[in-house]
Design a protein around this ligand. Structure first.
Ligand SMILES: Cc1ncc(COP(=O)(O)O)c(C=O)c1O
Length: 209
């Protein structure tokens, strides 16, 4: 609410990139900031890249009404439009209810993979400090003091064929070199089979011993 009040006060737009909100595993869905916004200060971005596949290249914008014409023009200039056939098939997929069924199914698979990565981490590292595990397609692991820096853990894991990423490698910066960014790792799980997840975590544990 503070962000929205600020945007309204200074005449700014907030861009809300809600790219993985289809995947929430615990509790009720989170309200989008755009949904709280009565002053039309939010430009909302959604995508089918996570729920269907990035190769589809279809996403969407919900913009304040005064920006609608501009958004359409800019999009047309950018790439001369999007395949109408892909969009028509997607529209049918949505309106038939098949997309909702698909999401339900994928959510179950990803929830189970999320549970798997958490239990594998606990099995090897004890009472782990994680965040972001209520939804999305990755978790953040905040390293205990006894383990080295995130970049060292990342390199060690990579040497053993496992890709986990310090925030910097995931192109997230806080520019302050805070313990949060130096000692946090991003672990993606959505694209992996549970067997691969268990194997990956076990390799990291063995490598760090
Ligand atoms: C932060 C973020 N926003 C949005 C997207 C989706 O991008 P696109 O719809 O262009 O595939 C991604 C994809 O990984 C992402 O990481």
């Amino acid at each position: 609410m503070e962000l929205l009040n600020w945007a309204t006060r200074v005449g700014a737009y907030v861009v809300e990139d809600d790219y993985d909100s289809d995947f929430r595993f615990d509790g009720p869905p989170l309200t989008a900031v755009a949904g709280l916004d009565s002053s039309a200060a939010v430009i909302y971005l959604g995508t089918f890249s996570k729920s269907i596949g990035a190769g589809l290249r279809v996403g969407y914008l919900v913009v304040p009404v005064e920006l609608a014409e501009t958004a359409i023009t800019v999009k047309a200039i950018l790439n001369a439009g999007q395949s109408w056939l892909d969009q028509a098939v997607l529209a049918e997929f949505l309106s038939s209810g098949a997309f909702a069924r698909h999401l339900k199914q994928v959510r179950m698979v990803y929830r189970s993979r999320r549970d798997c990565i958490l239990s594998a981490l606990r099995e090897h590292f004890g009472d782990v400090n994680v965040s972001g595990h209520n939804g999305g397609m990755h978790i953040m692991w905040h390293l205990p003091a006894r383990l080295p820096h995130a970049t060292v853990v990342e390199a060690t894991a990579l040497n053993h064929g496992v890709g986990i990423y310090a925030l910097r490698s995931a192109v997230a910066y806080d520019f302050g070199k805070t313990p949060y960014s130096e000692r946090s790792l991003v672990l993606g799980y959505a694209a992996l089979q549970e067997k691969q997840i268990r194997e990956g975590i076990s390799r990291i544990a063995a490598a760090l011993k």
